[in-house]
Design a protein around this ligand. Sequence first.
Ligand SMILES: Cc1cc2nc3c(=O)[nH]c(=O)nc-3n(C[C@H](O)[C@H](O)[C@H](O)COP(=O)(O)O)c2cc1C
Length: 193
Amino acid sequence: MSASSIVYFDSAGAKNTDAVLDAVLERLAKGGIRDIVVASSSGATAKKVLSSLAKAKVNVVVVTSHCGFEKEGECEMSKEMENELIASGAKLVRASHVLSGIERSVNRKIGGSSRVEAIAEALRALFGQGMKVCVEITVMAADNGAIPCGDVEVMAIAGTDAGADTACVVRPAHANNFFKFQVREILAMPRVR
Ligand SMILES: Cc1cc2nc3c(=O)[nH]c(=O)nc-3n(C[C@H](O)[C@H](O)[C@H](O)COP(=O)(O)O)c2cc1C
């Protein structure tokens, strides 16, 4: 494949969402992508992605945070939003966050180092929050069976707290074979974190 341009943002955050979607559409037009994974806590970013991809023939997988992430017993995405996204053709994945999981509880309780959280921190430090989330949600979607996994390329979209500021094309992997994961193309990312 020939060289492609990367969209760089001066800072991270939701204000970059529309520009990320433009980069996603541009890459989709080049072909080869049939699955898109997007992080969406409230559903707002997923709705934007679904409306901008309305004409595209792609499998859109929305990965949302696990219930209790913000507040014990509560799910960030409402049932109404879940139903709306599914009615628009998306698949919804809600699962324990694979790059923190139960390790976070062990850390909080007794401290020490978590190798899983070290992977997350390395991705955050080197490439930003959005890239860490792109990797995490793709593994979660693969483990859920919502995307194909193996010698395929899928697109991932995520951001910093809310919205989207990062998009990439990746070779997915399951959690039990994480080091098969490859980031093959960066489409958009913040330069400064
Ligand atoms: C599984 C999951 C993990 C996430 N982890 C982080 C994180 O570590 N750091 C961060 O800044 N945002 C994180 N996010 C936020 C997303 O990257 C994205 O910006 C957000 O889900 C968009 O939500 P919205 O639809 O409400 O705008 C995470 C979201 C999900 C669903």
